[in-house]
Design a protein around this ligand. Sequence first.
Ligand SMILES: Cc1cc2nc3c(=O)[nH]c(=O)nc-3n(C[C@H](O)[C@H](O)[C@H](O)COP(=O)(O)OP(=O)(O)OC[C@H]3O[C@@H](n4cnc5c(N)ncnc54)[C@H](O)[C@@H]3O)c2cc1C
Ligand SMILES: *[C@@H]1O[C@H](CO)[C@@H](O)[C@H](O)[C@H]1NC(C)=O
Ligand SMILES: *[C@@H]1O[C@H](CO)[C@@H](O)[C@H](O)[C@H]1NC(C)=O
Ligand SMILES: *[C@@H]1O[C@H](CO)[C@@H](O)[C@H](O)[C@H]1NC(C)=O
Length: 552
Amino acid sequence: MFELFPASTTTTFLIILISIFIMRRARASRNIRPEETEVTVESPTEFTKKLASALPHSVILPRDTTAFKQSVNAYWAQQACEMNPSCVFRPRNVQEVCSTVAILKDEYDRRREEGEEQEKERPNGLFAIRSGGHSPVSGAASIHNGVLIDLSLLCDVTPAEDGSIVAIGAGAKWKHVSQALDEKGLAVVGGRNSDVGVGGLTLGGGLSFFSPRFGLVCNNIISYEIVIASGSVITASESSNPQLWRALKGGSNNFGIVTRFTARSFPSTNIWSGFLYFPSSQSLKVLDAFHDFVSRANPSDPSKSYDDYAAGPIASFTYLQQLGIEAVAVNLAYTKLPQDPKKWPTCWSTSKFKSLWRLWSTCKVRTLTSATNELNELNPPGRRQTFATTTIKNHVGTLARTHMAYKGAIKSIRKRNVKGMSWTLVLQPFMPSWARKGDSNPLGLDRGTDEPLVNISFTVNWANQRDDEWVETTTREAIEQIELVAKVNETGHPYRYINYCGAWQRPFMGYGEENLQFLRNVSRLYDPDGLFQKGCAGGYKLGNSRMLYVQA
Ligand SMILES: Cc1cc2nc3c(=O)[nH]c(=O)nc-3n(C[C@H](O)[C@H](O)[C@H](O)COP(=O)(O)OP(=O)(O)OC[C@H]3O[C@@H](n4cnc5c(N)ncnc54)[C@H](O)[C@@H]3O)c2cc1C
Ligand SMILES: *[C@@H]1O[C@H](CO)[C@@H](O)[C@H](O)[C@H]1NC(C)=O
Ligand SMILES: *[C@@H]1O[C@H](CO)[C@@H](O)[C@H](O)[C@H]1NC(C)=O
Ligand SMILES: *[C@@H]1O[C@H](CO)[C@@H](O)[C@H](O)[C@H]1NC(C)=O
């Protein structure tokens, strides 16, 4: 299954180590559930009782221990599982969402009128909304002492007869979507990890294997079914509530609870995809191959050939504290069958990646579901997680400095010996032209440059709570170092992908003043009292663009 290259003893050793690591992670993704968190059963408040009596079949109280724990533990990041909601509301249909939003709005108004002292001091919100639970920021889709709205039962995937559109329940995961569509020879512009949720990814923008062809995930949503603050369910599309339709393409949870997305679908066969694994001694060569491919891929320069079917490269540099080793993995994809299914597609066989000495490759023709499962196995749930992101131009010096910031942190991780830590730098190309394909959005990526951009993110996980602060600070410092270099060299870009941001970042600032003003206008129109600004905990808000949440 793996293509093995002539190997010295050291590389054989490395191969064994990495295989063990990969297998352990793969196993972890199947079996290990987040550690059971202690749930203290308090007696329900008046408000919780009211909600429970209005929707007895869909409200889960802490005393329903099994169902309650199951829902509260269904997050990717361990920190989010440690929050204690006062109850879980798991709607079975959109009418139940409407009833609950109406009840929440009454309570919100009542508390505002009473001006409860506590609410003024820390407006931590009444409820949180969760789809796939893959936000790494604790409190983005989880809540302490409030209602957790768990959309997991709204997960139907219904393709239209003619195959041109598909209705997707907001609580679905991307695996539900690809499984339903693979068998029909269809696909949508969707996530690349099978376990990630449709809701959060789509409302934040979303990068897909299909983005070079059709644009961001959000640019391919023709309509949204959404429950707004008044408790009514409305449709946002090009012809009905068009401003709201545009605002939802990157506006996250600021406008209402989306219950269904209708996405464009298109015929799709198997794709070519997989990972190349390299020892860390190849890091600089991988960096060079990345830069070279991305600069050749500039679609705005007609002298350069660009194949829209190529997706990636996604280059990940990882340090594993437990094993004390570093490894490099690069994901390549091609979203149709290559001419010769046994060979690499031309765009990749002519790239520098092809000739780089590597440990092995898993690249092959496979279903989209299989490709997204492969990415998923590298990201099992149940550990403490943090993300942070920035955007730069595809500039050799800045890329080198980025890699140096990643390397620099490894020294301190070793020194502190952070238990179970894996420290990963991920680089992904992003062409501003992708943001312009499909429907218009308020992300602000169409401003200024046409130059290829590079999406930088750190995805970090570790075992113990006592390291939380240290890890967050280290991650933030690495991003700040890169941003400083980019600023000095004028190789930065203000956009920060909301779904990769850390709690301290302010993604809406990067959308640009006009887009942010537009989002605020739409919020005022559909939610004049600010239920989703102050009542809905978590996520980045439009006011000061900061995260609204309280730590458990
Ligand atoms: C392993 C992994 C792989 C990833 N791969 C990709 C990728 O390939 N491409 C990409 O673009 N991103 C990717 N991401 C980032 C991903 O987009 C975000 O983590 C996203 O928030 C996940 O969505 P979710 O529904 O699972 O999250 P949740 O944690 O459930 O929600 C995230 C936010 O969205 C809000 N929200 C969710 N659903 C709704 C709704 N129906 N109505 C209103 N608000 C809602 C929540 O309140 C919360 O603030 C990945 C993340 C992980 C952890
Ligand atoms: C970065 O990546 C994400 C998804 O992986 C995407 O939605 C976002 O728009 C990308 N672009 C930039 C410039 O960060
Ligand atoms: C970029 O900025 C840094 C200062 O932070 C400087 O040392 C470096 O030489 C500059 N140029 C490049 C190509 O990185
Ligand atoms: C927002 O609303 C104000 C006042 O109604 C209006 O003047 C302004 O042009 C709007 N801005 C955007 C970007 O929609």
